[in-house]
Design a protein around this ligand. Structure first.
Ligand SMILES: Cc1cc2nc3c(=O)[nH]c(=O)nc-3n(C[C@H](O)[C@H](O)[C@H](O)COP(=O)(O)OP(=O)(O)OC[C@H]3O[C@@H](n4cnc5c(N)ncnc54)[C@H](O)[C@@H]3O)c2cc1C
Length: 378
């Protein structure tokens, strides 16, 4: 392909962020060329829990945006994407954690968040796999969805190409953008009206100076999954434990949270050191996905740490009994995250937008982010 081709929009990166921008552009009637340097998706968008997790977002605009994204995921059922309305349960075994859940549930109606506090007995009815010993209570939220990330991303790529004027260029790395020209390795060149750089954790190939100035960090997470659970056994809702209260921004509104943070810092140094909290989801094959940890920048090693997996599984055993807990796969994923901003956009050239770093919420937020961006310019 040596002659110059044309499209209204070029998107670099076919992870969930790039797919969201491509889908929003295509729905608006634009022709799109969507590049990814790998022939099959390999980035953070296929390495995650598949949790669409509005309950983790700060009440207000972020939570509302997560719900708009959620609605887009539900639309994708028509494209054959498995999207399961499972909801979530945060289960707690410590009095200070229980206080946070009670405070959050009491404030939730005023914050516009749909959730309820459950007694231990009600929590066990919702999530029978929870360990009943020492269970104090739980927070139930109905808004969370489960998807199977590798399958969802691959299907969404195909859906865009089959339904809209979207040209997929998979296995093609974009090496240079000088608007209106987008150039790929091998000399392929496109003339476009607008370009989006949704390159995930690649900060070096395109606009390295802008990325260096943006202050974005890389974060590595270790993950595990079991095989399919026997007899079609299901976890039910996504599960989170008490450590998760310190992880997501939603609970920052609680005056009772600092006590949990202080106790965790004093008594669980290894969990703090590796940024561990424990989440559980289950995919359509019945496999249970378990994680995770958070290691940043210079601490990121290509090699996984056995101690991290052991700490995660120790914590998991305190809150959950799986029929078949054997680990069938282990992997890590790296995402881009800004220390203070929920998402980063920059305009290095007129008509070219960098759109990256949704942190640990890219599956939850990307469709809403892309929709809002397009609405903002039209
Ligand atoms: C272990 C883990 C668990 C997570 N769990 C959840 C969860 O349950 N729920 C949730 O909401 N979020 C979760 N997240 C976060 C979420 O996965 C990320 O925020 C999201 O996937 C980031 O999407 P992305 O498109 O920016 O990145 P990626 O998926 O990494 O995609 C970027 C793509 O750009 C391509 N690319 C880069 N440079 C070029 C170039 N020059 N030319 C062509 N292609 C290029 C890459 O090949 C890659 O495919 C998790 C993340 C991890 C790592």
């Amino acid at each position: 392909m040596s002659t110059e081709q044309r499209a209204d929009v070029a998107v670099v990166g076919a992870g969930v962020v790039g797919l969201a921008f491509a889908w929003a552009a295509a729905r608006g009637g634009r022709s799109v060329v969507l590049f990814d340097r790998t022939p099959a998706p390999q980035g953070a968008s296929v390495r995650n829990f598949g949790m669409i997790w509005p309950i983790g977002q700060l009440p207000g605009p972020d939570y509302a945006r997560a719900l708009r994204s959620r609605a887009r995921w539900l639309e994708l059922r028509a494209a054959g994407v498995w999207v399961h309305e499972c909801g979530s349960v945060h289960a707690v075994y410590r009095a200070d954690e229980d206080a946070v859940l009670r405070e959050f549930a009491a404030r939730a109606p005023g914050l516009g968040v749909a959730c309820e506090y459950l007694s231990a007995a009600d929590a066990l009815r919702r999530a029978p796999a929870l360990n009943p010993r020492g269970l104090l209570g739980a927070l139930h939220s109905p808004t969370e969805l489960a998807v199977n990330p590798p399958d969802a991303v691959a299907r969404l790529q195909r859906y865009l190409a089959e339904t809209y004027p979207v040209t997929l260029r998979l296995g093609v790395a974009v090496t240079h953008i000088e608007m209106p020209r987008v150039r790929a390795a091998g000399g392929e060149t496109w003339r476009v009206g607008r370009a989006f750089v949704c390159s995930g954790t690649d900060f070096e190939t395109l606009f390295p100076a802008e990325f260096a100035a943006a202050g974005i960090r890389r974060c590595k997470l270790q993950m595990m999954r079991t095989g399919p659970q026997p007899g079609g056994w299901r976890v039910g809702p996504h599960l989170a434990g008490g450590l998760t209260l310190c992880h997501y921004r939603s609970f920052e509104v609680c005056s009772t949270l600092p006590a949990v943070r202080a106790r965790v810092a004093a008594t669980m140094p290894d969990y703090v050191k590796y940024g561990i909290h424990v989440l559980v989801s289950q995919n359509d094959r019945g496999e249970v996905i378990i994680g995770d940890s958070h290691e940043y920048d210079a601490d990121i090693s290509p090699f996984d740490t056995a101690e991290i997996d052991a700490l995660v599984l120790d914590y998991l055993r305190e809150m959950l009994t799986l029929p078949d807990p054997r680990i069938a796969a282990r992997w890590n994923g790296v995402y881009a995250k800004h220390p203070t901003r929920p998402f980063v956009t920059a305009e290095p050239q007129p008509g070219c937008t960098i759109a990256v770093a949704p942190g640990g919420a890219g599956m939850t937020m990307s469709f809403g982010i892309a929709d809002d961006w397009w609405e903002g310019i039209e």
